[in-house]
Each structure stands twice: as structure tokens, then as C-alpha cells.
Design a binder for this molecule. Structure first.
Ligand code: KMH
Ligand code: ZN
Length: 277
């Protein structure tokens, strides 16, 4: 895997799990998303991982909502726009495939089914293959989400079966610390990194909840990139809630700077990921 001096910081500002009533600071409206994206870009983020909410702040995969968000962010930021195809655990598989109709730069592609707290996050092989091939055809760059070590092996099978993704780069993100997936420990992360297939060109990591900081530090130390945001963590420090996603991006950018791998620009991120111009 080629080494890269800079750090790709992805912000995942909203997710599908948190309730706006419990977290009024969660960006759920289009206006809030644009403001969040702009502040996070200024703080050092180069990519945004997006889940969209409807008028009642509930997760939605409605095409109109998704397209409006992609268009607004494309117009008002230069962030790489990644739409979640994971949606919420309640979204049907067929509808999750339609996310690509909104023409994002990138899409998430989770490499296997996983327990997700008390729920099950379904990603059967046929769904993964359909999404992989449709992303290739539509020239959308997937980010492979790895919640468990078995997902690393599934990624290798997908590449063997379908060839390289659009653009020829393979970027993965370890999502650690989900109850039901791999733990958010440096040891588990390093085990995953050691298993990565040779085709992988870059990797990032995130830790859910209190695993956020140790995973960020371990990823930076091992040459990985970072994902931060309220989708993954709403506690900035003991007893201090996250008030804005930009706080998490600022801290990630500071850590990256200290590690001599400063936050990369959106242009460099596009090159790293081979996003369609
Ligand atoms: N909301 C989770 C069930 C993704 O965005 O692709 C799935 C998730 C992964 O967040
Ligand atoms: Zn997500």
C-alpha cells in the first residue's frame, strides 16, 4: 500500500440512529447539513458521509431528499460527497440500492451482515455484489465499511469476483466498537489492517463512542485515515457533549497535525480515492 503524507478526514455528521429530540444539535435539515459541511470543511474535513433525514427528522432514502442534499453540498462545498447505502437497519435492501440514483461521488458498501446492538444490519452477499457492480457501472467510488474481521475476507472475495471498483483505488473504513462487531481497540484494528488484501490502497478507521479517540490515535500511528462525527460519537470528553461536528473535525485535524500528517485537501482526497472529475 502506498504511503500518503496527509490525512483524509471524513465527517459522518448525522447517521441514522440518533433522535433529534434527544440531540437537538444533530444536523438533520438541509440547512443544518450545509452549515455543518461548510464548517467541517473549514476545519479540515475532505469527505462527508451522509445519512439524510425527512421533514420529521426521521432517516429517509427518499430520492428527492438525497438528491437535494447532494446538489446543495456540491454547490456550496468542495467536499467529496459519500452517501450511505447502509441507511438504517429498517431500510429494505432494494431501496438501499437506489441511493446511487442521487449520483454521489462515493457510496458506502458494508462487507457483511453484522449484529448492530439489538438489531441486525443486513448485507447479504447478493446485495453486496449488486451494489458493487452498480457502483462500477455508475462510476461511483465505494468506501468499503468493515465492521468485523470476516468483512475483510468478504471484501477480498468481492474484488476477486468483480474486479477493481471504479477508478481502480480501493479505500476501506474500519467501523469499530459497534456492539456486535469488532471491538474498538488498537489490537483489533491492527488485526484488520494486517488482513487487508493487496488491492487496498488506503484505509481509515472510526471508533464508536468512547473508542473514538484511541482508534483515531492508533489509525494515525499506523498510517490510516480518520472518520469522525456525531454518527459515531456524541461525547467530546467525559461529561462534555459534542455541540457541533466541527469540534470533532478540529480535534482530528489537530491530532493529524501533531502526527506530522496534516489534514489533506479535498483535491488530494479526490486523487487518493480516484473520484470521477
Ligand atoms: N446505520 C447503520 C445501520 C453505512 O452508512 O453504510 C449502517 C451504517 C453504515 O451507518
Ligand atoms: Zn453511516
Amino acid at each position: 500500500m502506498a504511503t500518503t503524507p496527509g490525512t483524509l478526514i471524513t465527517v459522518a455528521p448525522t447517521g441514522a440512529e440518533l433522535d433529534k429530540a434527544d440531540f437537538p444539535q444533530l444536523p438533520t435539515t438541509l440547512e443544518e447539513l450545509v452549515e455543518t459541511a461548510q464548517r467541517c470543511e473549514a476545519a479540515g474535513a475532505a469527505m462527508i458521509h451522509l445519512h439524510i433525514r425527512d421533514g420529521e427528522h426521521r432517516p429517509t432514502l427518499d430520492h428527492g431528499h438525497l438528491k437535494a442534499a447532494v446538489d446543495a453540498l456540491r454547490e456550496q462545498t468542495s467536499l467529496v460527497i459519500q452517501l450511505s447505502t447502509g441507511g438504517s437497519v429498517h431500510d429494505p435492501l432494494e431501496q438501499r440500492l437506489t441511493v446511487l440514483d442521487a449520483e454521489p461521488d462515493s457510496c458506502s458498501l458494508t462487507c457483511g451482515t453484522t449484529n448492530f446492538g439489538d438489531d441486525v444490519f443486513l448485507n447479504p452477499s447478493g446485495f453486496m455484489s449488486d451494489l458493487y457492480v452498480q457502483a462500477q457501472e455508475r462510476e461511483v467510488v465505494p468506501e468499503f465499511e468493515l465492521f468485523d474481521l470476516g468483512h475483510v475476507a468478504s471484501l477480498a472475495r468481492l474484488i476477486d469476483k468483480h474486479g477493481l471498483p471504479f477508478g481502480g483505488k480501493v479505500h476501506v473504513d474500519f467501523v469499530t466498537g459497534v456492539p456486535g462487531g469488532m471491538p474498538g481497540t488498537p489490537a483489533a484494528l491492527m488485526a484488520g489492517v494486517a488482513m487487508l488484501p493487496a488491492e487496498v490502497t488506503s484505509w481509515s478507521a472510526t471508533g464508536i463512542g468512547r473508542t473514538h479517540l484511541p482508534i483515531a490515535a492508533a489509525a494515525l500511528a499506523a498510517g490510516g485515515h480518520l472518520r469522525v462525527g456525531m454518527e459515531d460519537n456524541v461525547v467530546f470528553a467525559r461529561g462534555i457533549p459534542v455541540e457541533h461536528n466541527a469540534q470533532l473535525v478540529e480535534r482530528a485535524a489537530h491530532l493529524a497535525e501533531v502526527m506530522q500528517r496534516p489534514a489533506m485537501s479535498t483535491d488530494d482526497a479526490r486523487t487518493l480515492l480516484a473520484i470521477k472529475p
